[in-house]
Design a protein around this ligand. Structure first.
Ligand code: ASP
Ligand code: MG
Length: 404
């Protein structure tokens, strides 16, 4: 008998028909002799509505009450799913975050899980009862309800799988797995049978929305075998696994893109020690994350410095830098949100050369100008004008031999 965790996202529990179909899927695992813990999201659209209501009431809602409101979507689905299971003869009960308990810190709206005592869940499952856990929520200091950040029920599921030492954590969604790139843009995109934790982490943090980034981190740290698959079909999904489980590793496994970044160029900044610190110090003090950075060589004692921030932080970035005008000398500040970051990702890069060069050449052949470059051990990212997103993705997908 194996213990498994099955997580169902918003579209998989969008209405009563879908919830009934989820119950039948859970029943199949139970009938196969497995102990099942189910983690559910709110029905699709519900969390957005709840967030909107808090914003209608308060410009900056009290984070503790915000969590009480937005956590409620998962409570509804947990109860309905337990009912649906009971209706087809499967003993089931719901658990809210505090009942498990899923213990978190007090950073409301983005709480981190500290520990999950599993006695109550194990007791339930050992008695042959399916435990249906409300995802996305936990309990923080002072017994306050907390939530784990948008998309957080993926993290609930992986954390539970780790705590329960589950054999598998199946994440059911509305796509049938992880693709080499966005299939809505590249028709030749291919579903991957397996992907390594590290690649998945890069894909998730670079814009592939299929798993919450933190859930991948957690899976990697605890070696949880995650499978991403569709609740709308019976096709096998994508397994997220350790590198040594992948026999034939491609050099590049996937290409991600993010339209969420914006570029800022400071023209003719004085080129002397301490300048970078004077620019990035105030930004980090303002909790603005900087991603890519380039600095040109200097010939006349000044230099151009370009970097990227989240699009949502662009206005604030400009404001912070303008406030530094007294101490920071520069000729002009040029914000540009018409950019996209494209990244090629693959653990095979560690042992192969020429990966970056192929990217540069492919883009050059299409006449696409590269504005900023950054690299890490397993990825190469470039910033280009947003209008070239589709062209660049398709050309790179072909160049790296990923087309079906
Ligand atoms: N319902 C929450 C959200 O929409 C959590 C989740 O679905 O993972 O962000
Ligand atoms: Mg999700």
């Amino acid at each position: 008998m194996a213990r498994i965790v099955q997580k169902f996202g918003g579209t998989s529990v969008a209405d009563i028909t879908r919830i009934k179909s989820v119950a039948r899927r859970v029943k199949r695992e139970v009938d196969a002799g497995n102990q099942v813990a189910v983690v559910v999201s709110a029905m699709s659209g519900v969390t957005n509505q709840l967030v909107a209501w808090t914003n209608d009431l308060a410009e900056i809602p009290d984070a503790r009450e915000y969590d009480v409101v937005v956590a409620s979507g998962e409570q509804v689905t947990a109860g309905l799913t337990a009912l649906a299971l009971q209706e087809i003869g499967v003993p089931a009960r719901s658990f809210l975050g505090w009942q498990v308990p899923i213990e978190t810190d007090g950073s409301h709206g983005k709480a981190r899980i500290g520990g999950i005592p599993t006695e109550s869940l194990r007791g339930c499952m050992d008695a042959g009862v399916v435990a249906v856990v409300a995802g996305f929520q936990g309990v923080g200091p002072g017994d306050r309800v907390t939530t784990l950040g948008r998309g957080g029920s993926d993290t609930s599921a992986v954390a539970l799988a780790a705590a329960l030492q589950a054999e598998r954590c199946d994440i059911f969604t509305d796509v049938d797995g992880v693709y080499t790139t966005d299939p809505r843009i590249v028709a030749k995109a291919r579903k991957l049978d397996k992907i390594t934790y590290e690649e998945m982490l890069e894909m998730a943090s670079l814009g592939a929305k299929v798993l919450q980034t933190r859930s991948v981190e957690l899976a990697m740290n605890h070696r949880v075998r995650v499978q991403v698959l569709s609740s709308f079909t019976d096709a096998p999904g994508t397994l997220v696994v350790d590198e040594d489980e992948i026999v034939e590793q491609q050099v590049v496994s996937g290409i991600a893109y993010s339209r969420d970044e914006a570029k800022v160029t400071l023209v003719k900044v004085a080129d002397r020690p301490g300048v970078a610190a004077a620019i990035f110090g105030p930004l980090s003090a303002g909790a603005i994350n900087v991603d890519m950075i380039v600095q040109n060589i200097s010939e006349d004692g000044t230099t151009d410095l370009t970097f990227t921030v989240a699009k949502a932080d662009l206005a604030r970035t400009v404001k912070v830098l303008e406030e530094q005008r007294g101490t920071l000398v520069y000729q002009a500040l040029k914000p540009d949100s018409n950019v996209v970051k494209i990244s090629v990702i693959g653990v095979g890069m560690r042992s192969h050369t020429g990966v970056a060069q192929l990217m540069f050449k492919t883009l050059a052949d299409k006449g696409i100008n590269i504005q900023v470059i950054s690299t890490s051990e397993i990825k190469v990212s470039v910033l280009i004008a947003e209008e070239y997103t589709e062209l660049a993705l398709r050309a790179l997908h072909t160049a790296y031999g990923l087309d079906v």
